[in-house]
Design a protein around this ligand. Sequence first.
Ligand SMILES: [Zn+2]
Length: 415
Amino acid sequence: MRINAERLHESLRELARIGATPGGGVTRLALSSEDRAARDLLRRWMEDAGLQVRVDDFGNMTGRRAGAQSGAAVLMASHIDTVRRGGRFDGAYGVLAALEVMRTLNDFDVTTRAPLELVNWTNEEGVRFEPAMLASGAVAGRFTPDYVYGRTDWDGATFGDELARIGYKGERQNRPGPIAAYLELHIEQGPVLEDAGLPVGVVEGIVGITWSEVTVEGHADHAGPSPMGLRRDALVAAARLIAGVDEIARTVEGAVGTVGRIAAEPNVINTIPGKVTLSVDFRHADPATLDTLVASLERLAREIAAETGVTMKVDRFWTSEPTPFAAEVVAAVQGAADELGLSSRRLWSGAGHDAKYVQDVAPSAMIFARSINGLSHCEEEYSAPEDLEAGANVLLLSALRLAGVEGERSSRKRG
Ligand SMILES: [Zn+2]
């Protein structure tokens, strides 16, 4: 049994028309009118596939396909909201591949033992309403309903009002689950699979992230009359630290480190910079290694301060712990990829996904499909049709492994 790739691609094309941008991307912000139109289309598709559709108090949409047994379901989920001028596949691919799995099971007249549920999570991107993964986090108990409803966008519109406006404020009892296992298929959004020449990846977890703010204080002075030996230039010291962050991350297997934001004061052409603030983002799968990375940063800051005469303060202000996925769900994904004869590799997601919060409450794993040039959150985001097909087939076989198959008339061809 395999998915119908043409039907998957056609659905992806059709959904991508809602909020389409001139540059070939999509702008479909959470709870916007475009989001409503996309939800209406998804609802129609789910109903046409015979799914029982329900909407919960955060607008999460669930389509349930009954199994031979009642009770906990195997979930296949992602999101159809996008960033501004985002791509056509981030999120939408996971939702529509799950829909294609449902359609394929209908074609082949398969009854699974456990029920299957397709979920479209609200506001995964967090562009319009911060933070990201708001609604899956709320279902997992990380955020209260009041917190969620009170989030505001740049115009002061609240999540609660906008959810009601687009007609997708449902009932608490309609939340997804109970969840036997959770699968999320997504484009990789990174270059690892492409570099390795592999169509799919078996995702073992989501890396931990820690953010620090470094404040460097030197002495601002006129650029002309200050001899080089008598300066305390905060930006020169910061430059050494930035190069050091790169060096620290390179020496630790599996780590990444980024200085993405920097401000120099007074930022004037003929004044020696007196103060610099910069951000440091470290990511790794192991929480102890995150601590080590920050300790290395602090040690380096002390050394540079001692040598240059500036002061450096490192403030580690935010950490998101790594999320290892459930071994049995990862094994199901690996088994599905192997059964399909697909070369794959294990990897960790460097970006956040709803699976991070769902893993709090149910065994979860993710599947990645290769991204071209590792691009996403931009109009150039692209994955080859055959890779999208491969990922969807891994989703299909993973779901069957986890849900179990009760009956199948394998002689029946696709409708
Ligand atoms: Zn996404």
